[in-house]
Structure formats: structure tokens, C-alpha cells
Design a protein around this ligand. Structure first.
Ligand SMILES: C[S@@+](CC[C@H](N)C(=O)[O-])C[C@H]1O[C@@H](n2cnc3c(N)ncnc32)[C@H](O)[C@@H]1O
Length: 175
């Protein structure tokens, strides 16, 4: 009985923590809206990664996409997230699940270098993406794959490689 009560208390505390973290993200300007787990599975399974690929989720939230990428492909995976509450949560989960190839970077997206990235995932508002692509274009290697969930990147329409209808996800290959 005591174990059940303890588990319930831990679950409730975790829930409250995530809700407060979501409010903090709202306050920071870009709300934390996670990609549905079935969408993550669907959209990441449409591409094949090589063992030396490096994955980045910019604005990684609770790190669930980063953990899935690391587990699914077995590659080094990074999450960049400004909201430290979400970063601590994500680090705790990857510590519990013993995923040593998951790295959460607590930083503003514009202060991180993406030079070593080969696959980048974005689930961000168009205004945010519009600023970020200037940086990505400067830093990223040719042939880097940039995945934008839900939002088209109009200036990159020539680089659109694939559109996944079910999840409304755009895949761009940098020239
Ligand atoms: C729509 S959520 C996407 C979360 C995650 N990528 C997913 O798909 O499940 C956007 C995230 O970007 C984060 N964010 C907002 N502004 C940011 C910034 N300047 N630098 C880094 N992260 C930021 C928010 O805190 C939020 O967690």
C-alpha cells in the first residue's frame, strides 16, 4: 500500500513539475508543445541515419525526440533547450534510462554552434525558424538534413526533399 501511495505522490509531483515547466516556456516566448510520440516514431522512421550522424533537436523541450533519435538510430543526439526546468527533467529521464548518447544543452538556440550536426529537428514557430535558418545556413555542413515539424520553411523550398503527409513534416537537404 505504502509503495502505491509513494508512486502516486511521485507521479503527481512529476506532473506538477512538467506543468510549471510548460508555464515557464510560455513565459519565455515559445511554448513547450511536445511532438506526439506516434509522430516522432513515424517521421524519424522515414529516414535512415548513418552511425556517424549527429542529431540536434533545437528547442528540445523534455528531450523526448532526442531520446527517441538516440535509441532508434544509436547515434549521438543533442537537445538545445532554454528552459532549465525542462533540461533538468530531460537529464533525469536519460539518466534513469541510461542513455549516455543523449546530451541536453541548457542554452539559447542562438548561442550554440551546429557545425557538427548532420540531422536537425525543429518544432518551432515560423518567426523563430526565419531567424534560425540564417544561422543554420552559415554553420551547417552541406547535405545536412533539416526536419521541420508542422511548419514549412518557404525560403528553402528548393531544398525540400520530402514531405511527410501524415505528420505534416518537411525534410530539407542543405545544398
Ligand atoms: C514547440 S516546443 C518543441 C519541443 C520538442 N522539440 C518536441 O518536439 O517535443 C519548443 C521548445 O523550444 C523552447 N525554446 C523557446 N525559445 C528557445 C530558445 N531561444 N532557445 C532554446 N529553446 C527555446 C521552448 O522552451 C520549448 O520547449
Amino acid at each position: 500500500m505504502a509503495i502505491i501511495i509513494l508512486a502516486l505522490v511521485v507521479f503527481l509531483l512529476a506532473l506538477i513539475y512538467v506543468y510549471v515547466a510548460m508555464a515557464v516556456s510560455d513565459w519565455l516566448g515559445v511554448p513547450f508543445v511536445p511532438t506526439y510520440s506516434w509522430d516522432v516514431k513515424k517521421l524519424l522512421s522515414t529516414i535512415k541515419a548513418r552511425k556517424n550522424d549527429v542529431f540536434y533537436d533545437i528547442g528540445a523541450g523534455d528531450g523526448s525526440v532526442v531520446r527517441y533519435a538516440a535509441k532508434h538510430w544509436g547515434i549521438e543526439s543533442y537537445g538545445v533547450e532554454k528552459n532549465r526546468m525542462l533540461v533538468w527533467y530531460a537529464r533525469l529521464i536519460s539518466w534513469i534510462t541510461r542513455q549516455t548518447d543523449v546530451h541536453m544543452i541548457a542554452a539559447d538556440a542562438f548561442s550554440v554552434s551546429y557545425r557538427n550536426a548532420t540531422i536537425i529537428y525543429l518544432y518551432l514557430f515560423p518567426e523563430f525558424i526565419a531567424k534560425l535558418i540564417v544561422k543554420l545556413k552559415k554553420e551547417c555542413k552541406p547535405r545536412t538534413l533539416v526536419i521541420s515539424h508542422k511548419f514549412i520553411i518557404k525560403p528553402w523550398s528548393n531544398s525540400l526533399e520530402q514531405f511527410e503527409e501524415k505528420t505534416k513534416t518537411y525534410f530539407y537537404r542543405l545544398p
